[in-house]
Every structure is written in C-alpha cells, then in structure tokens.
Design a protein. Structure first.
Length: 86
C-alpha cells in the first residue's frame, strides 16, 4: 500500500506550537501514523462532513483523505472540549 502524503493547513501549525511539548510529540506520532493507514482503528468519520477524526489523549486530530491523490490533510487539532466549535 502506498504511503499517504501528510499536509497541514497553516492554522494547524499554529495549533501544534501551542501544545505542551510532550503532547505535541504524541500528536505528531499519531499524525505520522496516518501516512501508513489513514483509516486505522479509532478513526471516525464525522457526521455531515467529509472529514475524519482520531483521538490522541485529550486532543483530537481532524483531517480529510484524498484517496485519488494519496493525501491526508490535517485541518484542525485541538483539545476535545474545543475542537468541534467553530
């Protein structure tokens, strides 16, 4: 199986920099795992959207999958209490 390319929205980079160092490492490890299998166990499709989410501790990683271009785009990272608010 092909590895997916991981892309980040600009706002996600800012969100990552705000995370505590230890949580940042864990979230990045989880994101890197998405390149191997973007629909791994624990992945859930969000209702009413073409995006998915995975959990990493108290944080949620929201992303889209483009199978045709083999790209995973991370569109949001945040604490579970805030990540779904716009």
């Amino acid at each position: 199986m092909e590895k997916f390319e991981i892309r980040f929205k600009r706002s996600v980079v800012k969100e990552l920099l705000k995370l505590p160092r230890n949580d940042n490492r864990k979230v990045m490890a989880r994101i890197n795992g998405l390149s191997e299998n973007p629909r791994a166990s624990g992945c859930e499709k969000l209702a009413g959207h073409e995006s998915y989410r995975v959990r990493q501790g108290d944080y949620r990683i929201i992303y889209t999958i483009d199978d045709g271009r083999v790209i995973v785009e991370v569109i949001r990272i945040g604490h579970r209490r805030d990540v779904y608010r716009h």
